[in-house]
Structure formats: structure tokens, C-alpha cells
Design a protein around this ligand. Structure first.
Ligand code: PLP
Length: 471
């Protein structure tokens, strides 16, 4: 039988090798040039959004545009259309300027586009991620049996912890859901937790009322007596406590809950003990700072977002548990079309996601390039940046609300500078630096976090100057 001919692959989607090399060269240079401008330019978006929306209308996708033209357009719009994490005067939320090895890893991953659902499809990536998880679990002191996976972000990883806690708390949860408990369930974090826990409660079907926000101790840390009282009161009311969550590095103030005391309470009460170290977990990289996390080794599960302080590209969360069998219990499934079904190994049988991106390579390559020493130096540098900012602000009559050993400062301006929120608006509108307003123990504060690994002494000068300009 005569072989039918096939249409050529669509060249706009699958250009030939020479064209790819040419575009890739151009792209890396264009990105590098844009990065230099971003680092020296305003932190905040400068784009006219109305005009941009009109531009978007012109994309009706009826006729193709040359790839390079659209790439150039996308880079230019990104350059003016986002808050710039790559700018060293971004003292913002926990979003980093991404480290270069992680960016390189993303290129490799995008090229091969492996499917990490199954170990048969991706034996090398699955083994590599498992190795890295074991290394980090070991660094946290969890022991050789600990296991886990990479997740899209802290929210997914924390959600996984709640599902493990519920699965551990009742043998029938897997089949019957919360009805298995025959009563409302509850879990506990401090009121300074990351508030995505409310969405997680909703998602998990336990309801937002299941999240009990425990008082803090006046310094932004969980009040452990209040935790014990809340658990006792709930039991007396017929509610079933399932999990205690300690935050290691609160979003607002970088405070670390008393991990050992929380672990003791969880153990005494028979609760799952989870440590949300989404940001602060990076301190494990530093020999000088890792002692601040003492007690994390008692966790049944913990999370660290490598896309926060470890500065990988987004999103790259790590979920670790010492009770890996609960992952298989929570996420098991069976189908004939998957190339493997190894309950203790295949990511799709041990995590929320099914199809999954090879996230672990970002951290693996960064860690291999810098070693623990280099990653530790990056973390310590951020603490030093904040230390210097603190000294400079105190000199100028500011007060410091939080006492964190990590890289977040909650600062209170002198009365002459007026209201905190107006001050932050002025700073952000100037484009010269980016800080956030937040509440720390009921007080409005200016939250300043060292997130960018390239912040220099003159960037600190610029921040101090703009923070102290009267309104
Ligand atoms: C302590 C803490 N936990 C969880 C999260 C949520 O992580 P993600 O934004 O990666 O979902 C954050 C985000 O800032 C956080 O600070």
C-alpha cells in the first residue's frame, strides 16, 4: 500500500533547529538587557493599562505574527507591567528575584517537558526529586524514612498536610470524608498564620469554621497555653481536634512559633503536628541560623517553599512527611492507562496533582551550584540586609515591632512621618522601593523583607531615603 504523505509540522510551532538556536540566542540577550533595566528602574508597574487592554484587543489571533516580534512585545510589557521581584529595591512579600541556576533548570525542563506523574515515564526526574527530598528531610532532622514531593506552592503543600492529618485521624475518612468523624473537626494555627489555611479548610470539606486561630503571645508567636485551652474547650464541646500547625516564619512578622512546645502539645493530644516553614524553612541552609528551627524535626509534616527565600523560580514547594504511607492512602487511585502504578513511588499516587512539571530540578541545580554553604550565605545575607536597615531606621527615630531573627522587619515610623498606610502608599507610588503595610500584634507597621539576593548598600540608602520623606 502506498504511503500517504502528511502535512509538514506547523513551522510557527516547531521551527527548524537553526531558527531555534537563532531565537534562543536573541532571547537570552534580550532578557539579560531587560533585567539590567529592571534592576536599575522603578519597582512598580509604569504601564498604561487602558492602553495595554486596547493593545490586547488587537490580538484577535486571526493572522499569525512573527515569533520574535511577539517575544519582544512580551518582554517589553513585562518590563513595565509588573511589580519587579528582580529589582533589588523590592523589599516585599516573600517573592524572590529568581536565582540564575533555577532559571537554567527551567529551560531544561521546558525543552524535555517530562511528565512527572509516573516513575515509568520519568525515572530520572522522580529519582532526583526523591533524593533531594531525602536530603532536605535529613537537613530538617526528620530521619531516613521521611518522604514527600514537590508541589506548586505552599498552599497546595499545606492542603496536603491537612489531608494527611484527616486521613491519620480516622480510618474511614478516605471513604466517608468528614462524615466519618460524626462531629465537626478542628485544626489550630496562630492568628498570624498564612490565611490561605481558610481556603484549605474550605477545599478539604471540613469548612472554614474548622480553622481555629489561636491567640499570639504579644510577640507574634503562637501562645501555647491558648492552644491547649482551645483544644480542651473544643473537646468539651464535642469537636474533634485533628492537627496543630506551627508557623516557622510568619508572613507578617517572620516570627517562629515555639516549635518544641507545639510539638509537645500535639503529641500529648494525639494530633498531627505540621510545621508551615514556607518561608522560614530556608534557614535550614545556614549553619548559623538553622538552630532557630529547633523542634522542626518533631513534625509529622512540614513544608518549605523553595520559591521564597531559596529564590528558585515559582512555584516550587516541598512537602515532607515522616508518615509516607498516609500520602498513598490519601491519594491512591487505580487506572489501566498509566505506565506504572507503584503506590510508594509514583507521584500521581502520592500527591494532589496528576500531570506534573519537573519542579525539583530548580532547587537541585541551584543547590548543586551553590552548595549548602552558598545557599546558606544567600540566606544570611538577607538577614544582614534587614539588620542594617533596622539600625538605620532606629537611628532616625523609628521603632521596631517584631523581634525576628530572620529577614523581615516590622517598623513603626516616627509620628512626624504620619500614618503607616499613607507612608507605604507614598513609597510604592514613588517606584523607588516596594514595602508593604501589615498588622503586627494589632499595630500598623511597615513590613520590610529582604527578598532579593542582589540588594546592595546603595539600594538600602535608597530605601532609607524614601521611607523618611515626609508626605
Ligand atoms: C507562612 C506561609 N505559608 C504559606 C504560604 C502560601 O504559599 P504559596 O503562596 O506558595 O501558596 C505563604 C505565602 O507567603 C506563607 O508566607
Amino acid at each position: 500500500m502506498k504511503r500517504e504523505s502528511l502535512p509538514d509540522p506547523v513551522p510557527a510551532l516547531f521551527p527548524d533547529a537553526a531558527q531555534r538556536v537563532q531565537v534562543a540566542h536573541w532571547l537570552i540577550e534580550a532578557l539579560q538587557a531587560a533585567l539590567a533595566r529592571v534592576q536599575a528602574g522603578p519597582v512598580t508597574p509604569t504601564i498604561d493599562l487602558q492602553q495595554f487592554r486596547a493593545e490586547l484587543e488587537a490580538f484577535d489571533f486571526k493572522s499569525p505574527r512573527p515569533l520574535e516580534e511577539t517575544l519582544r512585545w512580551a518582554i517589553e510589557r513585562m518590563e513595565h507591567g509588573i511589580v519587579q521581584m528582580a529589582n533589588p529595591r523590592y523589599f516585599g512579600l516573600f517573592n524572590p528575584g529568581a536565582n540564575f541556576p533555577a532559571q537554567c533548570a527551567d529551560q531544561i525542563v521546558a525543552s524535555f517537558n517530562p511528565q512527572l506523574a509516573s516513575s515509568a515515564s520519568s525515572p530520572v526526574p522522580v529519582a532526583l526529586e526523591n533524593h533531594l527530598i531525602r536530603v532536605i528531610a535529613g537537613r530538617a532532622g526528620l530521619g531516613a524514612d521521611a518522604t514527600g514531593h514537590f508541589a506548586t506552592g505552599g498552599s497546595e503543600a499545606n492542603y496536603t498536610a491537612l489531608l494527611c492529618a484527616l486521613t491519620a485521624a480516622h480510618a474511614d475518612f478516605s471513604r466517608d470524608g468528614v462524615r466519618a468523624f460524626g462531629a465537626p473537626v478542628a485544626f489550630y494555627t496562630s492568628r498570624d498564620c498564612h490565611i490561605a489555611w481558610l481556603k484549605i479548610a474550605h477545599q478539604a470539606g471540613v469548612g472554614r469554621a474548622a480553622l481555629h486561630l489561636v491567640d499570639t503571645d504579644g510577640q507574634g508567636r503562637m501562645d501555647c497555653n491558648a492552644l491547649s485551652r482551645a483544644i480542651a474547650a473544643d473537646r468539651a464541646a464535642g469537636i474533634v481536634p485533628v492537627m496543630a500547625v506551627a508557623t516557622a516564619g510568619t508572613t507578617g512578622g517572620g516570627m517562629i512559633d515555639p516549635l518544641l512546645a507545639c510539638a509537645d502539645i500535639a503529641q500529648r493530644e494525639g494530633l498531627w503536628f505540621h510545621v508551615d516553614a514556607a518561608w522560614g524553612g530556608a534557614a535550614l541552609a545556614s549553619e548559623r541560623l538553622r538552630g532557630l528551627l529547633a523542634g522542626i524535626e518533631r513534625a509529622d509534616s512540614l513544608i518549605i517553599d523553595a520559591h521564597k527565600w531559596l529564590a528558585t523560580t515559582m512555584g516550587c514547594a516541598i512537602f515532607i512527611t515522616r508518615k509516607g504511607h498516609l500520602l498513598s492512602e490519601a491519594f491512591h487511585a487505580s487506572t489501566s492507562f498509566m505506565p506504572s502504578s507503584l503506590s510508594n513511588l509514583d507521584p500521581y499516587l502520592n500527591s494532589v496533582q496528576w500531570s506534573r512539571r519537573f519542579l525539583g530540578l530548580r532547587l537541585f541545580i541551584a543547590l548543586a551550584a551553590a552548595g549548602w554553604e552558598g545557599l546558606g550565605a544567600h540566606v544570611e545575607r538577607a538577614v544582614e540586609v534587614v539588620h542594617q536597615i533596622k539600625a538605620r531606621l532606629v537611628e532616625r527615630g523609628w521603632a521596631i515591632a517584631n523581634d525576628s531573627g530572620l529577614a523581615v522587619l516590622d517598623a513603626i515610623p516616627p509620628p512626624s512621618l504620619g500614618d503607616v498606610r499613607a507612608l507605604v502608599r507614598r513609597v510604592v507610588a514613588s517606584g523607588r522601593a516596594w514595602v508593604a503595610p501589615t498588622l503586627f500584634e494589632g499595630r500598623d507597621v511597615v513590613r520590610i523583607c529582604a527578598t532579593n539576593g542582589e540588594t546592595s548598600a546603595s539600594d538600602i540608602d535608597a530605601l532609607i531615603a524614601v521611607l523618611n520623606e515626609p508626605g
